[in-house]
Design a protein around this ligand. Structure first.
Ligand SMILES: O=c1[nH]cnc2c1ncn2[C@@H]1O[C@H](CO)[C@@H](O)[C@H]1O
Length: 638
C-alpha cells in the first residue's frame, strides 16, 4: 500500500500553460494538458503561510539569532566539550598505552609516517585520491583499495618501505607450505628429472582444458609408468593402480604448448612453469572477477594448496626450505614464528621417491635446519635476528570423521612427547562454511585437553574460527558457530575471528579469557570476506579492546611475497592505509601482542621483549633520519 503511494509520480504545475510536467522526463516530451479545472491561484495549499505572521516577528527572530551567534562565538563551551570528548576517547583507545610509552623519537616517527601517508593518498603519481568532479586518470587507485590491483603502487610507496623495516615480533599464523613463492620452488623441481611427476584432472588438449584442470605434483620412483597428459586418451584416475596417470615433469615441460596465456611470465621460468605459477596462486582475475563466489575462491584456493604441496614436500627441498623460510622472515623483520603444517599427510618422499619420511623424520629435519641457521647467525653475531627458532602448530582438517580425529589427536600427543619444545599447539583447518564445526568433535577435544593435563604437557588450541560471513560452522544453523567452541575449549588464540562482531557477548568473554585474534587482512580480502583493507573489521575489533596480531596466512598463494620483499610487511602496510587512525604506536602494540600471545617461554619472552624494544628505538630513529627532512618538505594538509 505504502509503496504504491510513494510510487505515484510527482508532478508540478507549469505556471504559464497550466500543463503538468513530469519530473522524470524532459519538458518538451511530456507536456500534457492539466486535468485541473480550477485556476491555479485558487488552490489552497495545506501549509500556506499564516496570514498572521508579520514582518516585525521575522525581524525579531533574526535579531535573537544574531545575538546568540555573537554569544556562541565568544563562548568556548562547544570546543571544550569537543576537546573533552576526543581526549576521553584517546585515553581509552587500544593504542593509548603504547602511545603513553612512546619515546620522543617514536612520536616524531609517528608525525612523519602519518604526513607521508596522507600525501601518498593524494599524490597523483601514487594514488591520487582527490575528491572532485574530474574523472580520475586511468592510473588512479584507492589507497587501501584492492590489494592485488594496488600491489605495484604499494611497492613504490614510502610507507611500505617503512613497513618493511619495522620490527614485527612474531608471525603466529603462517601455513607451512606457503612461506616461499613458486618462482623459487619451480627451479628446484627441475633437478628431479626422473622422479618429479605431475598429474592433471583431464587431458590437456584445448585452451579451456588448461584453465579448468587441477594439477598435482609428486615425487615417485623413476620406474613409475609414464602418461602423456597432452594425449586424448589420458586417463586421470590415479587411484587405479593399473592406470598410468603421472607424467614426468620434465616431459610435461618439454611438450607444453607455447601459446597458453598467463598474466605474467617471470624471467627464468619457462611457459609450463609460468602457467603452473598461476595455478598455485590467487590471480587478480580469480580474486576479483565479477562472477566469482565465496565458494569459488575457496575451491581455487584449495586446488592451489594441493598443487603447491608437491613442490615443497620432498626431502631435499623440505630441508632447503627451512633455512630459506627463516631468511625470508628475517628480511621481513620477524624474530620468531609458529608454523602450521598440515599433518594429516603422514609422510613425504625422499628425492628418489623410494623412502618415505614420517612426522618424526620431518620434525627432525626442522630441528636440524633451525639449529644450522642458529649457528650461522651466531657466527655472524646476528642471533638476535631470529633467536628462538620456530615452533609447530599441528594442523588437521575439520572435514574428517570422528574416528580419524581420534588418531590425529593421538599423533599430535605422540609428536609432542617426541618434540616437547617444538610442538606448541593444535588447530583445525579448512573452509569454515563446510562441515564440520569444531563442536562436532567436542568430546574428543575435551578428552585431549584432559589427557594433556594428566600427561603434564601443554598443547593449546589455536583454532581457525570466525573466518566466515555465514558463521554457522558449515551448517544451516548459527548456533554451530566455531566462535562458541573456541571459547568453551579454552583456545589460546583463534585464527581470523573476522565474524566476532556478530557476538558482542563473546567479544567480552574473549577479552576476559585473554584470547588473542590472529588477523589476516589480505587473506580475508582474497577469500572474499571483504572487498579491501578499508572494509576489514580490524579497527573495530581493536577498538573493542581485543588483543590482535597481524598475519600473512598463505603469503605465497596471496602473492604478498616476492623475492626481495615479504609478507608481514604488506599486512602492516594494509592496516596503516586501511584505517586513518592506525599509528606507529598501534603498529608497536600489534607487534608486542604477537610476542605476548606466542608460545615462547617466560624467559624467552623477556629476552624477546628486550630485543624488540631495542630494535624498535633503532627503527624509529631510522624513520626520523631517513624521512624527517622529506616529510618536513611536504605541505601541511588541512
Ligand atoms: O585461511 C585458512 N583457513 C582455513 N584453512 C586454511 C587457511 N589457509 C590454509 N588452510 C588450510 O590449511 C592447509 C595447509 O596448511 C590446507 O589444507 C588449507 O586448506
Amino acid at each position: 500500500m505504502l509503496k504504491g503511494k510513494f510510487k505515484r509520480k510527482r508532478v508540478q504545475a507549469d505556471a504559464k500553460s497550466g500543463a503538468v510536467i513530469s519530473e522524470d522526463h524532459p519538458r518538451e516530451e511530456v507536456v500534457r494538458k492539466s486535468p485541473r479545472k480550477k485556476p491555479l491561484e485558487r488552490t489552497v495549499l495545506p501549509f500556506a503561510p499564516s496570514t498572521r505572521s508579520n514582518m516585525s516577528q521575522i525581524d525579531g527572530a533574526n535579531d535573537v539569532l544574531a545575538k546568540n551567534i555573537a554569544l556562541a562565538e565568544k563562548s568556548t563551551d562547544y570546543s571544550h566539550s569537543r576537546g573533552y570528548l576526543l581526549t576521553a576517547e584517546r585515553k581509552t583507545a587500544w593504542d593509548a598505552d603504547a602511545k603513553s610509552r612512546a619515546s620522543d623519537t617514536e612520536l616524531e616517527a609517528q608525525t612523519i609516517i602519518v604526513k607521508i601517508r596522507e600525501h601518498e593518498r593524494i599524490d597523483p603519481n601514487l594514488f591520487g585520491n582527490l575528491p572532485g568532479e574530474a574523472v580520475p586518470e586511468a592510473g588512479t587507485r584507492d589507497m587501501g583499495g584492492r590489494f592485488l590491483v594496488n600491489k605495484p603502487n604499494v611497492e613504490r610507496s614510502r610507507v611500505f618501505a617503512i613497513a618493511q623495516k619495522m620490527p614485527k615480533g612474531s608471525h603466529l599464523h603462517l601455513h607451512f607450505n606457503s612461506e616461499l613463492p613458486a618462482e623459487i620452488l619451480l627451479p628446484q623441481a627441475r633437478r628431479l628429472e626422473d622422479t618429479m611427476f605431475v598429474r592433471c584432472t583431464r587431458p590437456l588438449l584445448e585452451k579451456p582444458d588448461f584453465a579448468a584442470t587441477e594439477i598435482v605434483f609428486n615425487v615417485l620412483p623413476k620406474e613409475t609408468p609414464r602418461a602423456n597428459i597432452f594425449a586424448a586418451d589420458y586417463n586421470s584416475d590415479w587411484k587405479n593402480a593399473a592406470n598410468a596417470a603421472w607424467m614426468r615433469w620434465c616431459d610435461f615441460r618439454q611438450h607444453f604448448p607455447s601459446d597458453i596465456p598467463c598474466e605474467v611470465r617471470p624471467g627464468g621460468l619457462d611457459v609450463a612453469e609460468s602457467w603452473v605459477r598461476e595455478k598455485v596462486m590467487i590471480t587478480t582475475e580469480l580474486a576479483y572477477n565479477d562472477r566469482q563466489t565465496h565458494n569459488g575462491t575457496w575451491a581455487c584456493f584449495n586446488q592451489s594448496t594441493r598443487a603447491f604441496k608437491g613442490l615443497l614436500n620432498y626431502e631435499s627441498v623440505y630441508r632447503w626450505y627451512i633455512g630459506n623460510a627463516i631468511d625470508s622472515m628475517i628480511r621481513d623483520k620477524v624474530m620468531y614464528a609458529e608454523l602450521r603444517p598440515m599433518l594429516l599427510d603422514k609422510v613425504i618422499p625422499s628425492d628418489d621417491g623410494i623412502r618415505q619420511l614420517d612426522h618424526k623424520d620431518q620434525m627432525n629435519i626442522i630441528c636440524e635446519e633451525v639449529q644450522k641457521k642458529r649457528q650461522e647467525l651466531e657466527a655472524a653475531g646476528k642471533l638476535d635476528l631470529f633467536p628462538f627458532g620456530v615452533k609447530i602448530i599441528y594442523c588437521t582438517p575439520r572435514s574428517i570423521p570422528k574416528a580419524r580425529m581420534q588418531t590425529e589427536l593421538q599423533d599430535c600427543i605422540k609428536l609432542k612427547l617426541q618434540f616437547p619444545d617444538l610442538i606448541c599447539g593444535f588447530d583445525l583447518v579448512g573452509a569454515e562454511d563446510r562441515p564440520n564445526n569444531v563442536g562436532f568433535y567436542a568430546e574428543l577435544l575435551v578428552a585431549f585437553t584432559n589427557t594433556c593435563r594428566e600427561l603434564g604437557i601443554s598443547i593449546p588450541f589455536m583454532f581457525h574460527a570466525g573466518e566466515t560471513l555465514l558463521d554457522t560452522g558449515g551448517s544451516a544453523h548459527p548456533d554451530n558457530s566455531n566462535l562458541y567452541d573456541a571459547l568453551l575449549l579454552n583456545a589460546k588464540r583463534i585464527g581470523h575471528g573476522y565474524a566476532l562482531f556478530k557476538h558482542p557477548m563473546l567479544v567480552e568473554r574473549y577479552k576476559q579469557h585473554n584470547i588473542a585474534l590472529e588477523l589476516c587482512p589480505i587473506s580475508n580480502e582474497l577469500l572474499h570476506l571483504c572487498g579491501n583493507a578499508r572494509e576489514h573489521p580490524f579497527p573495530g575489533l581493536l577498538a573493542a579492546g581485543l588483543h590482535c596480531t597481524l598475519n600473512a596466512d598463505n603469503p605465497s598463494l596471496f602473492r604478498a611475497i616476492t623475492l626481495d620483499s615479504s609478507s608481514l610487511s604488506h599486512e602492516f602496510y594494509q592496516v596503516m592505509v586501511g584505517d586513518t587512525r592506525m599509528s606507529v604506536h598501534g603498529w608497536k602494540q600489534l607487534a608486542e601482542w604477537s610476542l605476548e600471545h606466542s608460545c615462547l617461554t617466560a624467559a624467552e619472552l623477556k629476552k624477546a621483549k628486550a630485543i624488540f624494544e631495542r630494535e624498535w628505538e633503532l627503527f624509529c630513529r631510522w624513520v626520523v633520519e631517513s624521512y624527517g627532512e622529506y616529510a618536513e618538505g611536504l605541505s601541511e594538509l588541512a
